[in-house]
Design a protein around this ligand. Structure first.
Ligand SMILES: Nc1ncnc2c1ncn2[C@@H]1O[C@H](COP(=O)(O)OP(=O)(O)OP(=O)(O)O)[C@@H](O)[C@H]1O
Length: 792
């Protein structure tokens, strides 16, 4: 019962082979009713079975059982795949015309039709097709990185709509189907059938039952019981128009229409049909409208007629490239629709620009800033392909992986660039060498930065107006909030840009948003920081750490904050790298408040004199202290400029890594096997007003250098180690540090000795007792553990 009955299989419909805008007898598409389960259980003779890769299988499980109500997306995903396949063959044919084939095969189009008796939907493209190997790999055995990421999203209750962004759009067909056949013909192979009921496996067999496709892919979708709504022309038409309007290839839908046929002229009809066909071949481009006209002409004949069903191909999209139109003639809605077609995103773009560049290098472009960053955008950032921007040459899609078109840090930008200046029939490698690309890239960067700048300026304006309570001429709520959204999603890209793009560094710095000691929970700009600078302040101060709280409470900032200087709080791992490239802004130097040599600019002569005196008074102490700490990384012990109430602080050498940077690099050294980490130089700064420091100074003064007692030495070391901790460093020798703390505790508690009396042979002495407890342990294991924890 599992053998194939070739006659029961619906053939690829004649309508496909006979080209578009032709009419066929409607009955020809009505096949014998064939139950889905029959089809699904069929195993073709000689078919090979393959198991889906485990994650793909899980993904399909989720999809086929999904209660997700928006099942429409499957059609968008399949049309998008068809369009990609057409782009690929068109590109190949640029350098090898023979690839395109002849006659029907050369028609780069997508056709959709229904077999409403069998509830089967067909989608067919004349794209590049898939070889047997492609079918096995692309549709089931090789999981893409997006597969597991998408699964994870779905588990978290993510939106099925995002499927295209994860590169697994094909499988969405199982939202509406319980059996799918993919028939594909690639120029390098014979025609194959891939088939699966999404039960963990798929079969591949050479196609001996369907009509030859010439080239391309036909997807037969056996609709599920609960997805019958897709078995109507009207629904399909609506979906294609909604989702796929801007696909750059014609999409035809087969429709059935009732027409009047003159009764007496039955005999002549055959002849007439032939004439019609010939006429249509001549007027190929004009399409469906002509048919309507002809029908009308026929109607006008005052003869007896009868109704007849005819099948026609309706063109559903106006596939003229949207970027060729004048911006003033394109509506916002159309731009957003086109955005969804190029980006595989389902939400609206945040902002966009459409322009035409003239001069030596001519091109048109539409550039979009998405409103959400892709789930893995910043993972493996430097290794990934950049595929947001599509390059076209004279309307022909060339590539969507062109580093030469846009710098990496702006690779979140989606859209198209279409140039008439670039040569059309050269290889991708040759094209990458084209000097014109450099000009295009430069302009693209400027345009993108312009849109971002505009959003940023609007935000700043709104904020200023809000502070002043002004409302007249205030931008809309939406416009005011745009930059905030952008920063949240792509702020890191601006930072990466500062590292990567020295030409635009200053422009990018203007777009930075930071938290500061005065900004509360709002972000602020560098310009706003500068406008609040104290009189005489020459530098922009910042400190980086793991969290805003940690930074705000750092001893490094005591004096700065007390004196009313504003300090930028950096908490992103990237921030200090960025500051390594951004040395100044608007003639103000950036100063890391955790580095040696922090100079406050508002000291007067009296204060300077006092500093000198203090230095002199504490000279012996600082010299001795450095010696007694005995840490090769400790460069010096100095009187501090920055402390108010803390006894001491450890700062990094001017060119060394800050505590925060050490923390980050340590983490990276551990995460990358074989990585190493070398900490930099440090300086201990002491607070000359603090009682502990003063006491230490007095103790030292009372003794000669050789007679300083152990306690004083331990205190000096302990102060250093505590300062290391408080300053965000990790003490190198935790053992000696804790020994010193215990020793202090010993004094506090009035204990004479810390020696512990150990009973070495305790266990050996009482073997019977040990046995008894061993038995008990079986039932009560968790308890001793819990107790031990409590003690800790
Ligand atoms: N109509 C088709 N013609 C040729 N190849 C196809 C077709 N449909 C799918 N493929 C191949 O199968 C692969 C997997 O398709 P799938 O839709 O799952 O992912 P994708 O197209 O890479 O990404 P997305 O989901 O974003 O469209 C494609 O990359 C393509 O190589």
């Amino acid at each position: 019962d599992t053998t194939i009955d070739a006659t029961a299989t619906p053939k690829v419909d004649n309508g496909v082979a006979s080209g578009h805008a032709t009419t066929t007898d409607a009955t020809s598409i009505h096949r014998e009713k064939e139950s889905i389960s029959n089809t699904a259980n069929r195993i073709r003779a000689g078919a090979e079975e393959f198991a889906f890769q485990a994650e793909v299988s899980r993904l399909m499980d989720i999809i086929i059982n999904s209660l997700y109500s928006n099942k429409d997306i499957f059609l968008r995903e399949l049309i998008s795949n068809a369009s990609d396949a057409l782009d690929k063959i068109r590109f190949l044919s640029l350098t090898d015309k023979a690839q395109l084939g002849e006659g029907e095969t050369a028609n780069l189009e997508i056709k959709i039709w229904l077999d409403d008796v069998n509830k089967t939907l067909y989608i067919r493209d004349r794209g590049i097709g898939m070889t047997k190997d492609d079918l096995i790999k692309n549709l089931g055995t090789i999981a893409k990185s997006g597969t597991s990421a998408f699964l994870e999203q779905m588990q978290k209750g993510g939106d099925m709509n995002l499927i295209g962004q994860f590169g697994v759009g094909f499988y969405s067909v199982y939202l509406v189907a319980d059996y799918v056949e993919v028939i594909s013909k690639h120029n390098d192979d014979t025609q194959y059938i891939w088939a699966s009921t999404a039960d963990g496996s798929f079969s591949i067999s050479e196609d001996k039952e369907n009509e030859q496709l010439g080239r391309g892919t036909l997807i037969k979708i056996h609709l599920k019981e609960e997805a019958q709504e897709y078995a109507t022309e009207a629904k399909l038409k609506e979906l294609v128009q909604r989702y796929s309007e801007f696909i750059n290839f014609p999409i035809y839908l087969q429709t059935e229409k009732e027409v009047e046929v003159p009764v007496e002229e039955e005999a002549e009809e055959a002849k007439e049909d032939k004439e019609e066909e010939a006429e249509e071949a001549e007027e190929e481009d004009e399409g469906a409208e002509d048919d309507e006209q002809e029908t009308k002409e026929e109607e006008e004949k005052p003869k007896a007629t009868r109704k007849e069903k005819r099948v026609e191909w309706d063109l559903l999209n106006d596939n003229k490239a949207i970027w060729l139109r004048k911006p003033s003639e394109v509506t916002d809605e159309e731009y957003q629709k086109f955005y969804k077609a190029v980006s595989k995103d389902y939400s609206d773009a945040l902002s966009y620009t459409h322009f035409r560049a003239e001069g030596d290098v001519e091109f048109r472009s539409i550039l979009y800033i998405p409103s959400i960053s892709p789930y893995d955008f910043y993972d493996k950032y430097y290794e990934k392909a950049q595929n947001g921007l599509k390059l076209y040459v004279r309307r022909v899609f060339i590539s969507d992986d062109m580093k030469e078109l846009i710098p990496r840090y702006l690779s979140f930008v989606k859209g198209i660039v279409d140039s008439d200046t670039l040569p059309l029939n050269v290889s991708r490698e040759m094209l990458q060498q084209e000097a014109a690309l450099k000009t295009i890239k430069k302009k693209v960067v400027r345009k993108v930065l312009d849109i971002i700048k505009k959003m940023s300026e609007t935000e700043v304006k709104c904020k200023a107006m809000e502070e002043k309570g002004e409302t007249e001429g205030k931008p809309t709520e939406k416009d005011c909030g745009q930059y905030g959204k952008f920063w949240e999603q792509f702020g890191r890209s601006i930072k990466l840009g500062i590292i990567e793009d020295s030409t635009n560094r200053n422009r990018l710095a203007k777009l930075l948003r930071v938290y500061t000691s005065k900004s509360g929970d709002k972000l602020t700009t560098l310009d706003e920081y500068i406008s609040r600078m104290k009189e005489g302040q020459k530098s922009i101060y910042y400190l980086a750490g793991a969290s805003k709280e940690e930074v705000a409470n750092s001893p490094h900032l005591e004096r700065l904050l007390r004196k009313g200087y504003e300090v930028i709080y950096f908490t992103d791992v990237l921030d200090e790298y960025v500051m390594g490239h951004l040395l100044d802004y608007d003639d103000k130097k950036f100063v890391n408040a955790s580095k040696d040599d922090l100079k406050l600019s508002d000291k007067d002569e009296v204060e300077k004199k006092k500093d000198k005196e203090l230095k002199e008074q504490f000279k012996d102490l600082t010299k001795w202290w450095k010696k007694v700490i005995d840490d090769s990384r400790l460069q010096a012990v100095k009187i501090s400029n920055r402390l108010a109430t803390t006894p001491c602080v450890v700062v990094s050498g001017k060119y060394g890594q800050s505590a925060n940077m050490e923390r980050i690099m340590r983490a990276q050294a551990f995460s990358r096997s074989g990585g190493s980490f070398t900490p930099g130089q440090r300086v201990l700064e002491i607070n000359p007003r603090h009682p502990l420091v003063v006491a230490l100074k007095d103790k030292l003064a009372a003794a000669t250098e050789d007679t300083v007692d152990e306690n004083t030495i331990a205190s000096a070391r302990l102060l250093y180690e505590t300062a290391l901790l408080e300053s965000g460093f990790v003490p190198d020798d935790a053992k000696s540090f804790s020994q010193r703390v215990y020793s202090v505790l010993k004094g506090n508690m009035g204990i004479k000795s810390l020696e512990v009396q150990l009973d070495d042979d305790e266990a050996a002495e009482e073997p019977a007792a040990a046995e008894a407890t061993a038995e008990e342990t079986v039932t009560s294991t968790p308890e001793p553990d819990a107790e031990a924890k409590d003690e800790l």
